[in-house]
Design a protein around this ligand. Structure first.
Ligand SMILES: Cc1cc2nc3c(=O)[nH]c(=O)nc-3n(C[C@H](O)[C@H](O)[C@H](O)COP(=O)(O)OP(=O)(O)OC[C@H]3O[C@@H](n4cnc5c(N)ncnc54)[C@H](O)[C@@H]3O)c2cc1C
Length: 403
């Protein structure tokens, strides 16, 4: 059996048994977690959280600060992606023309007055230097024909300045975990690891999950994935008629494109909802965000497709979609094909919940089986909704542990 290594990774502890071997290899673990997941209840986690997006991060950040009955909690956050942040993330690429950065999911966030925890967190992230204002011209872009010459841009009235992660969207997730690991409790983080087959045992009152084919046990299970992943992960343990199974979501394709020449018509916008395009719903000049690579590095754009275009093309390959969308970008936005130094298509399978549950409690709680579930879908469809739901998950978990 391999001995697990406790790695320091960007200031946060990640458990892994061996270094990643190639892009697709997942980080398997055995030693440390296997020891903790032995049969005695004292040797398992108090709380396992599945899903390291903003809901999971908000939950783990809150739980890291609380002891229960004066006792240290043992927490484990499991994330299937390589990094934390979920749909709030940045893709970096190196090219011979210079470094590139694309925020290919969430574009920016603002806190509503009805989101007190998220408002406080945004202020703290700004103070810590991991979030900052994006003084951007954001509005509606009406494409009138081909090549941008006649496009009309109408800026939105923005009561709040958009915020972004500094120097990348991923910085906020790393910051939250650093703080959590400096807190009262033991916080383990496992990335590149998929949790599946959750099963509740009535006799021991414990959950067992399969994580990279290894069993992990926990007293409380908190699921902070998308609604669809939550239902899939719980499998047979998902109660019939479970509310999460009612949430529908859209597919969204993102085009990440970098050009070393400006568009033929230099835009007066930084980001816009696109009107009059057969495929694009959103365009953003990623380069205009603070702390992103600036010229002479190539200019980076992120485009999102509309559901009418994405949903019927959900099964196309990334390469097919890249070719189709790049051709449309060059045609509709007046970009010279030969100036493109990089293009990539990325598919968001559960981009936005179409019918979020808007639960008053912002999460689902099943006290008998010590199961809590949340995410944007439980309360809305934005980052702030995910964060508030994550805080509600933490509060519910603490109530279960204190009972
Ligand atoms: C293209 C796009 C643009 C957006 N733009 C904006 C915007 O501008 N402003 C805004 O406020 N919001 C925006 N959003 C919405 C916002 O990103 C989401 O509402 C929010 O990030 C959701 O957070 P979450 O934690 O609920 O879910 P997620 O961020 O999806 O996190 C869930 C995590 O669970 C992980 N996971 C799933 N299954 C498993 C498993 N079995 N084991 C381990 N891990 C698992 C996933 O990998 C993921 O990291 C956008 C979303 C998309 C897709």
């Amino acid at each position: 059996m391999d001995l697990a290594l406790a790695l320091r990774w960007s200031g946060c502890r990640v458990l892994a048994s061996r270094p990643r071997q190639g892009k697709a290899a997942s980080r398997r673990f055995t030693g440390a977690l296997a020891a903790k997941s032995a049969n005695e209840p004292n040797n398992c986690y108090d709380v396992v959280l599945v899903g390291g997006g903003f809901a999971g991060l908000a939950a783990v950040g809150r739980l890291a600060k609380q002891r229960v009955h004066g006792r240290k909690l043992r927490l484990l956050l499991i994330e299937q992606g390589r990094g934390l942040g979920g749909r709030v993330c940045t893709r970096r690429r190196e090219t011979t023309e210079g470094p590139l950065a694309f925020d290919h999911g969430c574009q920016y966030f603002t806190a509503k007055t009805s989101q007190p925890h998220f408002s406080d967190a945004c202020r703290m992230w700004q103070d810590a230097g991991v979030a900052g204002a994006w003084h951007a011209a954001v509005g509606k872009l009406s494409l009138q024909g081909i090549g941008m010459e006649d496009a009309i841009f109408e800026p939105f009235d923005q009561s709040k300045v958009p915020l972004v992660g500094i120097p990348s969207m991923s910085a906020i997730g790393k910051h939250i975990i650093r703080e959590a690991q400096d807190g009262q409790n033991d916080v383990d983080v496992l990335t590149s690891s998929k949790a599946s087959d959750a099963a509740w045992d009535d006799a021991s009152h414990l959950w067992t999950l399969q994580v990279n084919s290894e069993p992990v046990k926990t007293s409380v299970l908190a699921v902070t994935t998308s609604a669809r992943s939550c239902v899939r992960m719980l499998g047979d343990a998902c109660p019939s008629g479970c509310e999460a199974s009612k949430v529908k979501s859209n597919v969204c394709w993102a085009l990440l494109v970098a050009s070393f020449k400006p568009l033929t018509c230099q835009p007066d916008w930084d980001a816009a909802l696109v009107d009059g395009s057969s495929c694009f719903a959103w365009v953003s000049r990623n380069t205009s965000k603070p702390s992103r690579p600036k010229p002479p590095a190539p200019e980076c754009f992120v485009l999102h497709t509309c559901p009418e275009w994405s949903n019927p093309r959900a099964e196309l390959s990334k390469d097919e979609v890249r070719k189709l969308l790049l051709m449309e970008f060059c045609r509709q936005f007046g970009c010279q094909n030969e100036a493109v130094v990089y293009a990539e298509a990325f598919r968001w399978n559960n981009a936005f919940p179409l019918n979020p549950l808007q639960l008053p409690k912002k999460c689902i709680v099943e006290p008998e089986r010590k199961l809590v579930a949340g995410g944007d879908w439980a309360s809305g469809d934005r980052v702030g909704d995910a964060f508030e739901s994550g805080v509600a998950v933490a509060v519910a978990v603490l109530t279960l542990l204190n009972a």
